[in-house]
Design a protein around this ligand. Structure first.
Ligand SMILES: Cc1ncc(C[n+]2csc(CCOP(=O)(O)OP(=O)(O)O)c2C)c(N)n1
Ligand code: SF4
Length: 370
């Protein structure tokens, strides 16, 4: 039998349905020598299936950082519900925490599915993984409404500026003027999803880079402790764009020298991009296609509780084509959706006779309407 920190117990791995179960939220002490965390689990207990994404894809780094954050925090895997939409990024929940609940929704529709599930059982911790296409293009409306309602969940955007799964078309976060071999030139300005989130009154907005595990893990731990929607926009490079024509390792070269025996595509396996830079420092990072992005890590001079300062910072960074990383904005005052509706006992724990109106009361409603 596993005893979790909040005092609830579960012998079969199922989540407890007791009212007011508070998820384990405080950082756990360092794992013991045997690698056992505060709830007696080892890191392998937080793993998922083997990834089928391209080698070196930023999304895989984020999955391993989710594993690390939840292991170190001592989160009970059965306490997590993973949500996603459609995209390479949205496949990621399969690659971490196999023991958790999960639902892979339609493209851009993860928020409404998450809302349904978490309103049925608001004691579970929601963990959503989406892409910039899934969130910023088709899913922008749902994203804004989720934030507006303040459903308590961590919402990760694995942001690579393209639709990786459908072969690299520009997404709504791609830089204006950016040129990619297959997609051509992007003529439209990007939507900054952190700015959009702050404008919609999100109480936790942070940005990071997939190759900066320390920062991602820290932000994830903080996001998991937030009482409302916590948005984590993580720049996550797509290796598919490592296609320099002059390289013998490029897709183009490979195709030109390929004797076709099968209709398979081929994507070069790459080393994951890692960065290590201090607070306040600016770091230029070369992506797989040779293009560069500039990251700037926040230091103590930014007050994350100042909404206007956060918006100013992001606007200036946007104009300079900089990615500011760190906790951009926090407001712990807003009540979560479950608090707004004064939900106490999880709806999912009620028996049918309490949830389903009787035939008589339905009849009464119908006759009042028609
Ligand atoms: C309703 C609908 N429209 C379009 C698609 C095609 N489609 C699948 S994934 C995707 C974009 C994925 O991009 P993103 O969310 O950025 O994820 P990535 O693959 O880059 O991680 C699109 C347009 C779809 N599956 N469903
Ligand atoms: S196509 Fe891009 S986003 Fe998709 S798995 Fe490959 S590297 Fe990752």
């Amino acid at each position: 039998m596993t005893t979790v920190k909040n005092g609830s117990t579960a012998g079969n791995g199922a989540p407890t349905t007791a009212a007011h179960v508070t998820p384990p939220r405080m950082p756990a002490p360092a794992a013991s020598a045997a690698g056992v965390n505060i709830i007696g689990l080892v890191k392998a207990d937080y793993k998922g299936l083997e990834s089928t994404l391209c080698n070196g894809c930023g999304h895989d780094s984020i999955s391993s950082q989710i594993i690390t954050a939840c292991y170190e925090l001592g989160v009970k895997p059965e306490h997590i519900v993973k949500f996603s939409g459609i995209g390479c990024s949205s496949k990621s929940p399969a690659y971490f925490m196999s023991r958790s609940f999960g639902f892979n929704a339609l493209h851009g529709r993860m928020p409404s599915v998450a809302q349904g599930a978490l309103m049925a059982n608001h004691t579970l911790q929601g963990l959503g993984v989406s892409g910039d296409g899934d969130t910023g293009s088709i899913g922008l409306g749902q994203f804004m409404h989720l934030i507006r309602r303040n459903l308590r969940m961590v919402y990760i955007i694995e942001n690579n500026g393209v639709y990786g799964l459908t072969k690299g078309q520009f997404s709504a976060t791609a830089d204006v003027g950016q040129e990619l071999k297959h997609a051509g030139r992007n003529e439209f300005p990007p939507i900054d999803l952190c700015r959009a989130a702050i404008v919609a009154d999100c109480g936790f907005v942070a940005r990071s880079f997939a190759g900066d595990p320390k920062q991602v893990v820290t932000l994830l731990k903080a996001a998991l402790s937030h009482r409302g929607t916590a948005v984590l926009d993580i720049i996550s490079p797509c290796v598919t764009f490592n296609n320099r024509d002059d390289s013998t390792k490029s897709y183009t070269w490979g195709k030109a020298h390929d004797e076709r025996i099968n209709d398979f595509g081929f994507v070069m396996s790459q080393e994951e991009i890692r960065v290590d830079y201090a607070e306040g420092e600016t770091k230029e990072v070369e992506l797989f296609d040779g293009s560069k992005i500039v990251l700037k890590k926040l230091d103590g001079s930014h007050d994350p509780t100042d909404k206007q300062a956060a918006l100013r910072l992001l606007t200036e960074a946007h104009d300079k084509q900089l990615f500011i990383t760190g906790l951009l904005y926090i407001n712990t005052e807003r009540p979560s959706l479950a608090e707004t509706y004064h939900l106490v006992k999880p709806i999912a724990s009620y028996q049918q006779d309490k949830l389903r109106p009787s035939r008589e009361s339905l009849q009464k409603i119908m006759s009042a309407m028609y």
